[in-house]
Design a binder for this molecule. Sequence first.
Ligand code: ATP
Ligand code: MN
Length: 494
Amino acid sequence: MSKLLNRIVLVSTIVTRVVAQNGADSMKSLKDTFSTIADIHAGKVSLGRVTVAGWLRTKRGSKKFSFLELNDGTNSKTIQVVADAVLPNYESEIQKLTIGAAVCIEGELVESKGQGQKYEIVAKNVEVYGFADPDTYPLQKKEMTYEYLREQAHFRPRTATFAAMFRIRSRVSKFIHDFFEENGFYYAHTPIFTASDCEGGGNVFQVTTLPLEKIPRTPEGKVNYSEDFFGTPSFLTVSGQLEGELMALGLGKIYTFGPTFRAENSNTSRHLAEFWQIEPEMAFWNLTDTIQLGQDLVCYCVRRFLEECNDDLDLVVARNGVDPRPWLRMTLEKPFVRVSYTEAVKILQECGEKFEFPLGWGLDLQSEHERYLCEKHFQSPTVVYDYPADLKSFYMYMNEDGKTVHGADILVPGVGEIVGSSQREHRYDVLIERMHKKGLREEDYSWYLATRKFGTVPHAGFGLGLERLLMWMTGMGNIRDVVPFPRTPKNCLY
Ligand code: ATP
Ligand code: MN
């Protein structure tokens, strides 16, 4: 009997424990206790009791009260918190708060009497999540150089300028997806590991699991790749194009949007070792069509950027002192200028400008030439088309002259090339001949060549660098400042 009683008692305690745990604080949502600063400024939070959490941007005050400016990353704005000295931890904690500290504020949302802000919070309770020792915290109130901040990239998202920049990056990525979706494209995921190097250009990062201290060799002394992970030399992709073509030659219109990698040891303000590329590919399209698509995509992004990102852009502009909006608006007003490579070279040779690099038909246009064309000569985004075949990749469509290919670059002021496009060579014999000329082996591209043997069609596409587009749209001068964690020669931190 007593045993049974014991059991009943045991069961009932377990039941109460389960009930208690379900209602316990440990399982309550944390995020649901907060309102975001974005929602407050959007008027979505009613006046009265409110809780917010964020990082301290500035603090001023006295023995009697303090004003804390908080930002939580949800948008460009801060909210002012008034903390009165009557708060129990005023002296012990609140007065010790410095820039970068993280706090949770419970208080009263009121309409602000001060200028420049609509709302403020009168604090009832200030909980400190984390102090930020001002002697060692890398961010200071005074303006810090971009060079310095690159060395502190782990804290750049906490600065007003970079938080704005990275929100813009997120928004623009969304615009790009929207554009393609609205125009009937499918999003294709092309591989990052690849055994082909796309352009045959070098500049590739090799990927291996072979022990570098003790590389396995064949009897002839060569690296024995049969022991490597993929059983063949493999690389990080420099472009999703070739696989993108395979997808387009079945789905019609596709685009890729992903990271691409180039071991360019150039250290310029426009090159990253890892950058994000958007690569549409369209079956039954020609060069004219793909150039138009490039222009339409760029203009679509600019239009939505000007409509939706002004608050963040204001912060970037305030820091740089250059407002890109006038030139962006101009861009929307007229079609991009189109000029053949041959004409472009003539213009550059006759313009009287002193260039560092040589000019001549057959030589590649350098950044200074590209920028002269669009910044000074045409004062417009400029499309240069029909380049000498020797300057461009094997897959570009050979023109009737036998010397130039149907490839085009879009150049923009301040940056230079942002889009590289071409109609693809879809004629099997011509493609094979071009590959031989470039020293490429057929067997390495058998799958690519197969698409030209079976049901081949004219097709075209381009590659747009997301970071170059962002530089141009925001007026940022260095590509390292439009990507959260730049990868450049000798720099792979984080
Ligand atoms: P560039 O001549 O400026 O080095 P590219 O002709 O080698 O560029 P493409 O192979 O045509 O470049 O690549 C398509 C697009 O990708 C370029 O128009 C550019 O916007 C972007 N891009 C190319 N290389 C880089 C890089 N290293 N870092 C950032 N973006 C790049
Ligand atoms: Mn190019």
